[in-house]
Design a protein around this ligand. Sequence first.
Ligand code: N01
Length: 540
Amino acid sequence: MSTPDRTPTAASTVDAVVVGAGFAGLYALHRLRSQGLSVRVIEAGSDVGGTWYWNRYPGARCDIESVFYSYSFDADLAREWEWSERYAAQPEILAYLQHVADRFDLRRDITLDTRVVSAHLDEGADRWTVTTDAGERISATYLVLAVGLLSSTNLPQIEGREDFDGRTFHTGAWPHDPVDFTGRRVGVIGTGSSGIQLIPLVAEQAEHLTVFQRTPNFSLPAKNGVPDPEKVARLRTDHARVKEEVRTSSYGILLEPPTQSALEVPEEEREEKYRRRWEEGTLTGILQAYNDLVRNEESNHTAAEFVRRKIAEMVHDPQVAEDLMPRGYAYGTKRPCLDTGYYATFNREDVTLVNLRRTPIERITRTGVVVDGVEHPLDDLVYATGYDAMTGPLLAIDIRGRDGRTLREAWADGPHSYLGIAVSGFPNMFTLTGPGSPSALSNAVVSIEQHVEWLADLLAHARERGARAIEADDRAEKEWTEHVQLAGNATLYPRTDSWYMGANVPGKPRVFLPYIGGVGNYRAHCDRIARAGYPGLLIR
Ligand code: N01
């Protein structure tokens, strides 16, 4: 592991700079290096792990079963590593990524504690000059952006935010030392996946917890426990086949694809299926019970009603239950959540739910949060307010391509890309699981492996031909970007304000960011393109 030299230097030269050492960056390093490329990974954190390095809030865990939320590129790695839980908690996932870094001797090419501030194209040479906050300049043929989908934290613009005198936290940048909430009055703003995971644990410790909820979310119980022994055994004995099934599925997980509409079956049968899926405790179990839940409002309503009835069963106070029920948007169009004891937390005497749908936060003061003229006194305030998703981490870097055009300018009306990985005007730059790829609508690890492997093959193809530059063709990019929007528009997603639509960040263009065509279909499409010699890319 190298430590950054903070004095400016002459540019060092490598084949590829990879930005980020999370799931994507680590695998990109391993794969590209094994093809003989010289690679430098630059990582802002003090260790590898990406999302799982930063998100240390109480309750942080994955919501895709860990046996599948793991790399599949190495059968031995998959066989050796034993997950202790069905949904592993953050420390265990971080330990896994540290293990991967050590096992594949990755650390020697990773520079930690260092942020990439800019990447400028040298047009004549088709190379990137990457500058870090340590003052280092690196000249690279390829710029591989593995910056994560949800890594630019979003703080709400609430009057008085800076005035608060107590401790403040954001779930996505949690302190490394454990935070003790014992005896404290804690406020949490936000009830997305992060808030829903954190709230039950903070409630157990705090003297009093106040939850400020703007939009209630749909959450299912995780039914966490030990990993399913059958799935573990199958992975051990039949790794290749399981891997193939996962990779060709819709979401990158093992789940029988639904064949019926929710409206095709009698109500009792539908209820029974939802009940079984609820008991199974998976993120997409209910959403994938029928084939039209994200397309047909009436079908969706049946699932939404089922979850609302469950909330009513779990929450004792009818008004609190009503306040916790999502209404006015379709189930699944904000990312659903998996929780452990979330709804029951609101039965505690020491937990208050403040419904911001009735009255929004007026302001934050030195001592608390004011809603409807009433101050809720707080010692600590936790922002579980999410991220500038998908484009935020890319646009945080000063990226300049052809003619000095910035990526921010190129994406002023929303991201444009070919297959979510290449951008016209930015030759030799690649966005791993970028906007326009299935990424956020999938098991991210499966999508990461697909992008890294496809990119590695593409680079090998170009290098064999002595090509210096690879760039998305403008027309192919337009067609793909339109296709991504058309696919999104055929669903209920665009009707909802969510981070999928960029709606959580003021001023962000409203476009559907991920590609909803399905992991398996997308992979097949990318493979066809590769077999045809990469039409849609200019390789010269
Ligand atoms: O963020 P979010 P997150 N006043 O954007 C509220 C992944 N993830 O960090 O919906 C009041 O979902 C906002 O309200 P509204 C996963 O993909 C995965 O929770 O905008 N409230 C919302 O309730 C997830 O989807 C895991 O009305 C304000 C909340 O803050 C993604 O990360 C765990 C507000 C933000 O929810 C993001 O999740 C955690 C304001 N001014 C995260 N501004 C796993 O389990 C915002 N809010 C793997």
